[in-house]
Design a protein. Structure first.
Length: 179
């Protein structure tokens, strides 16, 4: 066995190597952190810019909609041709009106209406979630409850007892998936 000083020198050398390794890791992580911060800042600026542009565009589009509408003889080219654009302010769940069918609704709302219509009585959101193919997790239940409330607001469902949903309008004919 070596002397005490040799042992201390060996431990000091090992500690020095460990410190140098950690400093290298810290420098690498610091560089990654700087890149992540730059990316975050670019995304923040982009979001603010898009929000400002949309805020400016919406009143212009609404006021100039009829004036700018192309006639049958004018070409309908756009700077955004071929690009996917999302329409702001579209009502995906319209208010129910006599004669309106479920085909006007997005698929998930149709599935919810079908489950509620097929149930023998009032149903809760947590009973609907597994029947529309979602896992029975809190987030999925709350999302479905939100959709149920929206369907109640728009006249597609009734909620006589809080949290218990029933069809607002009896179905005529057979359900679309029946034989």
């Amino acid at each position: 066995m070596g002397s005490l000083f040799e042992e201390l020198e060996a431990r000091e050398a090992a500690a020095r190597l460990r410190v140098e390794g950690l400093e290298a890791e810290l420098a690498e992580l610091s560089g990654k952190l700087d890149l992540a911060r730059e990316s975050l800042e670019r995304l923040r600026i982009t979001r603010e810019t898009v929000a400002a542009v949309l805020a400016e565009m919406i009143p212009e589009k609404a006021a100039a909609f009829d004036a700018d509408r192309p006639t049958a003889s004018e070409p309908t080219t756009s700077a955004y041709a071929g690009a996917e654009r999302h329409v702001v302010g579209v009502l995906t769940v319209p208010k129910w009106q006599p004669g309106m069918g479920v085909e006007v609704l997005p698929q998930v709302y149709r599935d919810i209406l079908e489950v509620v219509a097929d149930a023998p009585g009032p149903v809760r959101a947590k009973q609907i979630v597994p029947r529309i193919g979602l896992p029975a997790e809190t987030g999925k239940i709350e999302g479905t409850r939100s959709k149920l409330k929206r369907l109640v607001e728009r006249g597609w469902l009734d909620e006589d007892t809080p949290g218990m949903f029933t069809p607002a309008h009896p179905r005529t004919g057979k359900p679309p998936n029946s034989r």
